[in-house]
Design a protein around this ligand. Sequence first.
Ligand SMILES: Cc1ncc(COP(=O)(O)O)c(C=O)c1O
Length: 399
Amino acid sequence: MNPDLQKLQLYPFEKLNALKAQCQPAVEGHIALSIGEPKHEAPGFVLASISNNLNEINRYPLTRGSLKLRSTITNWLTRRFKLSGNRLDPEQHILPVTGTREALFSFAQCFVDRSVDGALILMPNPFYQIYEGAALLSGATPYFYNTVKENNYLPDFDAIDEATWQRCQIIYICTPGNPTGSVISKQQLIKLIKLSQKYDFIIASDECYSEIYFDESKPPTGLLEAAEECGNTDLKNCIVFHSLSKRSNLPGMRSGFVAGDAGLIKSYLLYRTYHGCAMPPVHQMASIEAWSDEDHVKQNRERYVKKFDAVIDILKPVIDVNLPDAGFYLWLNTPIDDETFAKDLFAQQNVTVLPGSYLSRESEGINPGQNHVRLALVASFDECVTAASRIKNYIQTLN
Ligand SMILES: Cc1ncc(COP(=O)(O)O)c(C=O)c1O
C-alpha cells in the first residue's frame, strides 16, 4: 500500500454529511447550495452531436485528441484571451483532458521531481480539494498560501518567502477562485510569471470558472494573456486548465484541456499515454461544437447574473455580501462559527451550505475558511431566491 494514501483528508462532502446527520430539518423542501455542480441544461446542439456520433464508440481515441479538437481549442483561446494569431500551435501547446479534475491531479504526478528533498506544491487556502491530494500523492508537501478578506480574497505573492519559492516545484492558482470568486489581476499574474522564471517552478492556473462572470465587458484575464503581455512568448512554465463543465453545463461529459508551455505539454502527453485517459471520440466531437459556440455561454451567464442580483438583494440587509468578481459561488463571512452556521441553518431552514473550514487548512496561524460558508448558486432561480430568504430568516435569529 502507498503510505501517502494515509495522508489524504476526508472529502468536504463526507464531513458535511456527518454534520447534517446530527439534525433533522424543521421545514419541508430541502435546497442544496453546497455542491458546485452546474444545474442549467446542457446545450441541445451538444446533445445532438453526441447522439449523432455514437458509432464513433467503436474506435480507440488518441491520447492527444483529434487535430480538429485541438485547433478548435486553439482558436477559442486565441479569441478569448486576445492572443496573437500565431502564439498557439495545436500540435504543441494543447492537450484535451477528461475534465480538469483528473488533469489537475495527474499533472502533479507527472511533474514533481521526487528526487529533490523538500519539494513543495503551493496552493491557495481555501482551495479546491484536488490540489492537496495531488501534492500528497506526488510525494511533495502542500504549502497553503492564505487568501483572506483583508486582501479581497486574493493571494499575496509578496508574503511568500524566498526559501519557499526555492523549494516550490508547482504553484496552483485558481482564478476565478473556488470558493472566493476572486480574479487575480494581470499585474499579479505577471509578478508570478517573473517569480517562476527566477526560481524555475511551474504555474498551474486553474481557470475553469473563467466563463462565468457578470459584466460582459470584463471577462476575467488569464495566465496565457499575462504571459504574452510580459514577453514570455514561449509560455515558459505556464499551463492553464479549462473545462466545459461550468462554461457549457456539461459536467458529465468530462471534457477540458490544458494549454501552454510546449515542453511541459510534450512531457505531459508522454505521461498521459501511460496514464490512459484519452477522451472518447464522441465527446471530442461534441466538445468541438461546444468550444465553437459562445451564445449558449452568454445565456448561461445571464441566468447567473439574475440569480446573484436577486440573492444579494435579499441577503444584503442582514449580512455583508457583495458580487464576487466571477464564478458561481458566494463566499459569505458568517457572524458565528461556520460549522454551527451550516448545521443550524440546515436544522432550522433545510438549506445546505458548505462550511468554509472544510475547504481550508490552518496555515500561518489562521484558518482562512473559518467563519465563512460557500453558497453555490447552481439551483434554479426560484430555489436560489427561496434559499436566500430562508438564510435571511436564519441570520435574523442570530441577532
Ligand atoms: C476549482 C475547480 N477546478 C476544477 C474543477 C473540476 O472540474 P471538471 O473536472 O469538471 O473540469 C472544479 C469542479 O468543481 C473546480 O471547482
